[in-house]
Design a protein around this ligand. Structure first.
Ligand SMILES: [Zn+2]
Length: 272
């Protein structure tokens, strides 16, 4: 499942491939998931690609193309002949890009203008990479103070609140599991019990996880671990394997229907 780092890599690729090119053709092969009328896009120049959380935001002259990758979606170049091709966009200079989506849970759609009031973007909290400017900032704004402000008043486990896209946009299950391990915090700890030092460690864990994932997954195409790719994570998907820090067996639990992986020794649950 694409989370902030994977979507950021997709944004950088789209920016590199398509910026300043003009759309010359569009083929919506799955109109239910990609309601993009060719006439509304053709002839327009691509200005930039931004990102807010897991949402890709293509700025073209006069219109905005939103793209959510769902569970398995990916943008690729030269998509001709690829399986699960849902949308094809041809650009000046002979370049083509397209959306592949086996599970059909992603969505790509076009709105006039900037689309800032589109529900898909209006409901999102701040993006930890963005630093106020979508998709261009560094990770510096992701600190304990931001977590304190965005998790304030939240009831429930810290992991659940981290996944709430209205609080912070872009974090997913893998981000939360890996950051909690790096911070030595059990993901099921009630957020209200976290002190300033816990939040600093958690913020550092998130920064380290995002920075490392951006580095190791960089490439023209996202390889999802759940589709059999190599597992680059410290504890995610490693039930029973030795903890990289203390060698205890990694445990797997479920919270709100999603798997949580922890080291029972490095991340002991807090006693009340
Ligand atoms: Zn451990």
């Amino acid at each position: 499942v694409p989370e902030l780092p994977e979507v950021e890599i997709a944004r950088r690729n789209l920016q590199r491939w398509t910026q300043d090119r003009t759309v010359t053709g569009v083929e919506a092969l799955d109109p239910a998931r990609s309601p993009v009328a060719p006439g509304a896009l053709e002839g327009r120049r691509v200005l930039a690609w931004e990102r807010r959380g897991k949402l890709l935001i293509g700025r073209l002259e006069g219109v905005t193309l939103f793209s959510h990758l769902g569970m398995t979606g990916k943008w690729v170049r030269d998509p001709a002949g690829r399986r699960f091709l849902r949308l094809r966009v041809a650009l000046s200079g002979g370049l083509e890009v397209g959306v592949l989506d086996a599970r059909r849970l992603g969505r790509t759609w076009l709105v006039p203008g900037r689309g800032d009031d589109d529900p898909a973007v209006a409901r999102l909290g701040p993006d930890p990479l963005a630093d106020g400017v979508h998709g261009t900032g560094g990770l510096g704004g992701l600190d304990g103070e931001l977590l304190r402000a965005r998790l304030a008043g939240g009831r429930g486990a810290v992991k659940t609140l981290l996944l709430d896209q209205g609080r912070i946009a872009g974090l997913g299950n893998i981000c939360a599991v890996e950051a909690c391990f790096r911070a030595g915090l059990h993901p099921h700890t009630p957020a209200a019990e976290l002190g300033a030092e816990d939040l600093e460690r958690l913020a550092r864990g998130l920064r380290e996880h995002i920075a490392r994932t951006l580095e190791i997954e960089d490439g023209d195409e996202i390889a999802y671990v759940t589709q059999g790719g190599h597992n680059p994570f410290l504890v995610y998907g490693r039930e029973g394997a030795p903890c990289p820090r203390c060698a205890a067996a990694i445990a797997r639990e479920t919270l709100a229907g999603r798997p949580t992986f922890t080291c029972p020794r490095c991340q002991p649950p807090r006693s009340p």
